[in-house]
Design a protein. Structure first.
Length: 244
């Protein structure tokens, strides 16, 4: 019989998978704050990294043919040192600080979504692409949220939605797998983490796949506004809990 924590993990990532399948964003940002109420951050972040790879894999399967391969290289190269630094942060920074960082990033992400505007299309840049990859590697390994830096870069480049989803989907799979290898080598995949993953993996796949047949019937703009409100509340909860 699954315990209450395992059931919560299943439900959190079922919803997270559905959110990502509908909007392309926010799956982990919804699931992690919920699970953080019962799972220590040093177990939750490695768990989320495993489930992010599964979630991104489901989405990338739909869009990988639109991947802009030339843009992957600077992001992947930049993500390597970022992942190493992120692993150091995850191992040696307290759970309260990690949870506070999660809350702060969630709130900043909503602010960025409301203020960032694309004014022109830019040429590919190894410097800017590498910096975005570095940020994704650091944040993805330290707190499991790798989307904002490379998402901002994709918008800066003016990619159309399919190129955006295809390129970032492939990047997230490769970068996320690299993070999982580093975390496994550091001994962060405890029996509890692997136990919860047994519930989170199928939940993530089911949630993501359930989104595909219904996404055309959902007003995505309205859905994203609701999602932003949920992320704000989750960010405030994480910040509040970090001071307890």
């Amino acid at each position: 019989m699954p315990d209450s924590v395992s059931i919560l993990v299943f439900c959190a990532w079922l919803v997270g998978g559905f959110v990502s399948g509908v909007s392309g964003i926010g799956g982990a940002m919804v699931a992690v704050p919920v699970a953080a109420t019962v799972i220590p951050m040093h177990e939750l972040i490695p768990l989320s990294c495993i489930l992010n790879v599964v979630m991104d894999g489901c989405i990338a399967c739909m869009h990988f043919r639109h991947c802009k391969v030339s843009a992957l290289w600077p992001m992947l190269v930049g993500s390597l040192p970022g992942a190493v630094i992120g692993l150091f942060i995850l191992k040696f920074v307290s759970g309260a600080v990690l949870q506070g960082a999660v809350g702060a990033l969630l709130l900043y992400y909503v602010y960025w979504q409301h203020t960032f505007r694309v004014t022109q299309v830019h040429a590919e840049s190894w410097g800017k692409g590498g910096a975005a990859g570095f940020g994704a590697g650091l944040l993805g390994t330290a707190i499991s949220f790798d989307g904002p830096p490379v998402g901002a870069y994709g918008l800066y480049m003016g990619w159309n939605p399919r190129v955006f989803l295809g390129t970032l989907g492939v990047f997230f799979i490769i970068r996320g797998t690299m993070t999982c290898v580093l975390q496994a080598g550091a001994g962060l995949y405890t029996p509890d983490v692997l136990h919860y993953a047994l519930y989170g993996v199928p939940a993530t796949m089911i949630g993501t796949l359930c989104a595909f047949p219904v996404v055309r019937h959902i007003n995505v703009a309205t859905f994203r506004r609701v999602l932003m409100a949920v992320i704000v509340m989750a960010g405030l909860v994480c910040l509040g809990r970090s001071f307890l």
